[in-house]
Design a binder for this molecule. Structure first.
Ligand SMILES: [Mg+2]
Length: 276
């Protein structure tokens, strides 16, 4: 069968009408420490045309500043905090839509704690008797004390939220770290309560993006190399999904999968060519 590339959903908006691009990082604009060919040119084109662009990561363990540094190391110039979106940002947006003044028990890294405090959220200490929400991040500083506090709060009826559903965080050479989804499973196993996950692929991510950018959904696109996170986010949120084959998924995966992108490009280099 002929491989169809470019626009694969006839009902999708014209690619040239997109005014806001949300890009996945690993597998989409970089492979580890190497930028993917065409990525620098694509960002240059966005700047030239005043098209909004953001890099989105489900990883809530690092600060947005860490990603600014990483992108700068990868040769992207002029990167700033405003170009970075994390599942932590989505969580804060979600919490703020629920309640203005929040007292939260957060099991997260010091970086995520700092992000919450900067947003005006009161963080409660381990052992606190109650909270507005019990929130779990990808916490590489997780401890028994934190697990115990989460379990007590959640079993007493405090709403349980988690930044991202990922079971593992892949590392170089087939290694991985246990991610937020696995830590949440510990609390669920103990309490019988499932968390509400917030980051990719859930609709809260797109709700945050649209509220933050002010660009309508028909002019917003998500670009990524994973069907069940990046492209599913676009499908769930009603924005354009652009799949690139430079990372995790192959053309065959898309043909056989039940999550369908609107556009398919071998890499961001071809997306750049289509926009030029
Ligand atoms: Mg990726």
């Amino acid at each position: 069968m002929q491989r169809k590339l470019g626009k694969v959903n006839p009902a999708a908006p014209d690619i040239k009408s997109i005014q806001c691009y949300v890009l996945d990082m690993d597998g989409t604009v970089n492979l580890g420490d190497t930028p993917i060919a065409g990525a620098h040119e694509l960002i240059g084109l966005f700047r030239q045309r005043d098209i909004q662009f953001y890099f989105f990561t489900n990883n809530s363990s690092k600060s947005p500043g860490d990603y600014v540094e990483k992108l700068t190391r990868l040769g992207f110039t002029g990167m700033a905090r405003r170009h970075i979106m994390t599942s932590g940002d989505v969580m804060l947006h979600y919490l703020k839509t629920k309640k203005e003044r929040l007292s939260v028990y957060l099991a997260g890294t010091p970086e995520l704690e700092a992000q919450f405090r900067a947003a005006g959220v009161t963080l409660l200490s381990s052992g606190c008797p109650t909270a507005d929400f019990a929130v779990l991040g990808f916490d590489t500083t997780f401890s028994f004390e934190k697990a115990d506090t989460l379990c007590r709060l959640v079993s007493s009826g405090v709403p349980f939220l988690a930044t991202n559903i990922d079971r593992v965080c892949p590392l170089e050479g087939d290694q991985f770290l246990p991610d937020c989804g696995s830590m949440a499973a510990l609390v669920t196993h103990a309490t019988g309560v499932e968390p509400k996950f917030i980051g990719k692929p859930f609709s809260e991510t797109v709700e945050f993006i649209l509220a933050h950018t002010g660009v309508p959904p028909e002019q917003t696109a998500m670009v990524g190399d994973r069907l069940y996170t990046d492209i599913k986010t676009a499908v769930n949120g009603g924005i354009t999904g652009i799949a690139v084959l430079s990372g995790e998924i192959s053309y065959l995966d898309i043909e056989q999968g039940d999550v369908k992108p609107d556009y398919i490009f071998p890499s961001v280099a071809e997306l750049y060519e289509a926009l030029k």
